[in-house]
Design a protein around this ligand. Structure first.
Ligand SMILES: C[S@@+](CC[C@H](N)C(=O)[O-])C[C@H]1O[C@@H](n2cnc3c(N)ncnc32)[C@H](O)[C@@H]1O
Length: 275
């Protein structure tokens, strides 16, 4: 790929999706885009870039391009201390003193193939079963349509579920009738509490329903520069209810950022009740 084509792509990816694309990532970008060149029967990155930035390409190819450019690594019960904090502190506190019906509204922003959403669903289902008058809904958003369709399908290979405790597997996972497939599906009760939609965290307005008690945005901001991280966190904060919590990935630090949220742990931020 020529420097000119790399610069066109990296500038676009950074401006439109927030993802940093420094010169060291050129080889990685070439490898990832190779799939698209093959799919489109193109023989050079120049041909690909010319198509991508044409009116037709911007309409048709951009979604495929961002699919291959994003890193989608995820797991069930990834960074488990967050789920312990949620069960032991955040959820009891959010429901404290509540007389009547409370629906806990949760958003997984950058949900990839859905493992984080269904982990949250298992945790929230367990909690709301124990606390009268509570229920929950979870929205998963991502910029990758391929990941969103995997998330909505909720089918995973058996090797992916190793980190789910056995008793939760028995309660919430359905084995494929075709044993040779070695896949499981999240049960209908949990799937019914979730919804998925495309949302780019670089969007001016976040088109999500209502305000949230809890937002997970983990291992997404790590790909953004510091200024963009700060802008996105403050925009997520606007979508939190007073007293709500934002969880970031364990390697995402908020030091030296001017934020409207208060850190209660290095990667757990809270919107104060009077905000
Ligand atoms: C590494 S995965 C993290 C998945 C999950 N949150 C976790 O921690 O396991 C990062 C996800 O962020 C998504 N992403 C990257 N840039 C985004 C953007 N601008 N808007 C929304 N999602 C984005 C990617 O498509 C990818 O699925």
């Amino acid at each position: 790929m020529t420097t000119r084509d790399f610069n066109r792509l990296s500038t676009y990816i950074n401006n439109a999706y927030g993802i940093k694309m420094p010169a060291e990532k050129k080889v990685m970008l070439e490898c990832r885009l190779q799939k698209r060149l093959t799919a489109l029967h193109m023989s050079s990155y120049k041909e690909y870039c010319d198509f991508l930035f044409s009116d037709e390409g911007l309409e048709q190819e951009m979604l495929h391009m961002i699919d291959v450019v994003t890193t989608n690594k995820t797991d069930f019960f990834r960074e488990p201390s967050h789920f312990e904090f949620l069960t032991q502190y955040a959820l009891p506190e959010l429901c404290e003193g509540w007389n009547g019906y409370k629906e806990i509204n949760v958003w997984s922003a950058g949900c990839s193939s859905g493992e984080e959403v269904y982990t949250l669903a298992m945790v929230l289902n367990e909690f709301t079963e124990m606390v009268n008058g509570t229920s929950y809904r979870i929205t998963g958003t991502d910029v990758s349509l391929t990941m969103l369709s995997k998330a909505a399908e909720a089918v995973y290979t058996e090797e992916r579920i190793a980190d789910i405790p056995m008793w939760l597997r028995k309660k919430y996972l359905l084995r494929s009738k075709d044993r040779a497939k070695q896949t499981i599906r999240i049960n209908a009760a949990l799937r019914g509490r979730t919804e998925f939609k495309r949302l780019n965290l670089m969007d001016e307005d976040y088109d999500v329903y209502g305000k949230f008690d809890v937002i997970f945005c983990r291992n997404v901001l790590i790909y953004f520069d510091k200024t963009t991280q700060c802008t996105v966190i403050n925009k997520l904060a606007e979508k939190l209810k007073p007293g709500g919590y934002l969880f970031l990935g364990h390697s995402e630090t908020v030091s030296n950022m001017q934020l409207s949220l208060v850190p209660v742990q290095p990667t757990i931020l809270k919107k104060l009740s009077h905000q």
